[in-house]
Design a protein around this ligand. Sequence first.
Ligand code: UDP
Ligand code: MG
Length: 249
Amino acid sequence: MNKTGLFELTIIVPIYNEEDNMLRLEKELAEYLSHASVGSCVLFVNDGSKDNSGKLVQEICKRNKAFFYLSFVKNAGLSAAIKAGIDAAQSPYVAYIDADLQTTPEDFELLLPYRQEYALVMGIRTGRKDSFGKKLSSKVANKFRRMMTHDGVEDTGCPLKIIDTAYAKRIPFFKGMHRFLPALIQLQQGKVKQIAVRHFERTAGKSKFNLRNRLVAPFVDCFAYRWMRKRYINYSIHSENISDQVNDR
Ligand code: UDP
Ligand code: MG
């Protein structure tokens, strides 16, 4: 077992060139952990940052006891960072929040009450503080995705989510999967709950996504999702004799 197994919730934070956000991130996460309603730890995934983020991550993890990290050899993308966090997590629930603090960890408290009943509990960003262009592209992308996947989800890209770890570990992973998390949970017949959360401006660092990587690849991925839905493997085990046998030998 790794250290995340000692907590009920592992908060995965993907980080790519976010040096100017790191200290505020530390402060907000530490403050949240001090009063979170479930025992929670932080798992930073440094996605090959080229700035000082990697060093700051290590320093922050040294001075806060429930803060852990993984650091990639080189940049592998947001979906890879989330996957690495999910692969490593051994707590019953995993959460996801972006490093730019455009959503606040405090709002995990709004999602947590639903964690047992739903496989995925996620935010809907209210009063979005993004540029007109970004809000528009996000709206178009959300609408198209909803039409293609029938996931019924208002704001797939909201960077505030809590997932039952067993479901999270079964998600089929591919580049861009972070935009399809609700639909990929529904593939497993998992239920999704959406809750309104607050949204803030990005006060430091830069957005890593532009119109091209926000619209073109995700458009194509919608077709891949539909293929996957048709061919997805779901099975239920009727009986087995592999559990709880180890100590009986
Ligand atoms: N990120 C990452 N790897 C990447 C690109 C982004 O880990 O290759 C992280 C980034 O540091 C942030 C989150 O993913 O924590 C979302 O990125 P960003 O805020 O730039 O996206 P936006 O909110 O503008 O869509
Ligand atoms: Mg952001």
